[in-house]
Design a protein around this ligand. Structure first.
Ligand code: KIV
Length: 276
């Protein structure tokens, strides 16, 4: 009982929402990576990663699909359960897959499954204005929520491809407003994918909750990357924001450690990884 209290005295106590908020307040970069199994989770954790996401990117990098659309709640629970066994310190977030949060009740049901059966500490959903009432409903039931804005890969068929979002001033302004409204609805983290640097900075300044970027420039509170991209396992063309840490190092643990260090010392993302 009260293991969290016992862990307070540990040299490296587990990361929780309060830790992440404190990191934002202190200006300490938050290093995040995806993981999908216990072995990689243990490596990522040992390297000092603060937050681990079981992303629906698993549909592409594990299952070999072209998009994240085919991923199911059962897939996410299976991988989250495995990742949870590999972690000691990092905060564990799991993605709500395509069409798993169409109504408030549907979202709550699936989020509960992912926390109770997967061991997730927070759920992430791709949310805009249309998801405000779902975020509010989850938050009212004490489900921690990460709201994913910018490029939303689950909407790839509606958007017409994986492309940078929020380039036009009106769209950028709307995204800043939406991030504030999501925070007010109860979101604990905002994740921003594929937006210009200026918009990453504007959203980070507009909300009190941590903002984690992927292709959102250097002026956000933390960076996340897909593990298979930084380890050069992903085949074919990777997005501009990806840095291949295996190019400089030949062991996965060293490469993962270098990626965490690069976020902490702000040498990642460099201009060549950003959309200006
Ligand atoms: O599914 C995923 O891995 C993600 C990251 C790209 C942020 O959502």
């Amino acid at each position: 009982m009260y293991t969290q209290l016992e862990q307070r005295g540990m040299a490296e106590p587990p990361v929780n929402i309060a830790t992440l908020r404190k990191m934002k307040a202190n200006g300490t970069p938050i290093a995040c990576l995806t993981a999908y199994d216990a072995s990689f989770a243990a490596l990522v954790d040992a390297a000092g990663t603060d937050l681990v996401l079981v992303g629906d990117s698993l549909g592409m990098v594990i299952q070999g699909h072209g998009t994240t659309v085919p991923v199911t709640v059962a897939d996410i629970i299976y991988h989250t359960r495995n990742v949870a066994r590999g972690l000691r310190r990092a905060f564990l977030v799991a993605d709500m897959p395509f069409m798993s949060y169409t109504t408030r009740e549907h979202a709550l049901d699936n989020a509960v499954q992912m926390m109770q059966h997967g061991g997730a500490m927070m759920i992430k959903l791709e949310g805009g204005e249309g998801q405000l009432e779902i975020v509010e409903h989850l938050a009212r039931h004490d489900i921690p929520v990460c709201a994913h804005l910018g490029l939303k890969p689950q909407s790839v068929h509606k958007i017409g491809g994986f492309r940078v979002q929020g380039r036009e001033p009106e769209a950028a302004k709307r995204m800043v407003d939406t991030s504030r409204r999501l925070q007010d609805a109860g979101a604990d983290i905002v994740l921003l994918e594929c937006v210009p640097n200026e918009l990453g900075k504007a959203v980070t300044g507009a909300v009190d909750v941590p903002v984690i970027g992927i292709g959102a420039g250097p002026d956000v509170d933390g960076q996340i990357l897909v593990l298979y991209d930084i380890l050069d396992i992903t085949q074919g063309r990777t997005p501009k924001f990806v840095r291949n840490f295996m190019a400089e190092l030949d062991a996965p643990l060293a490469a993962i450690g270098a990626s965490v260090q690069a976020v902490k010392d702000r040498s990642y993302p460099a201009p060549e990884h950003c959309f200006s």
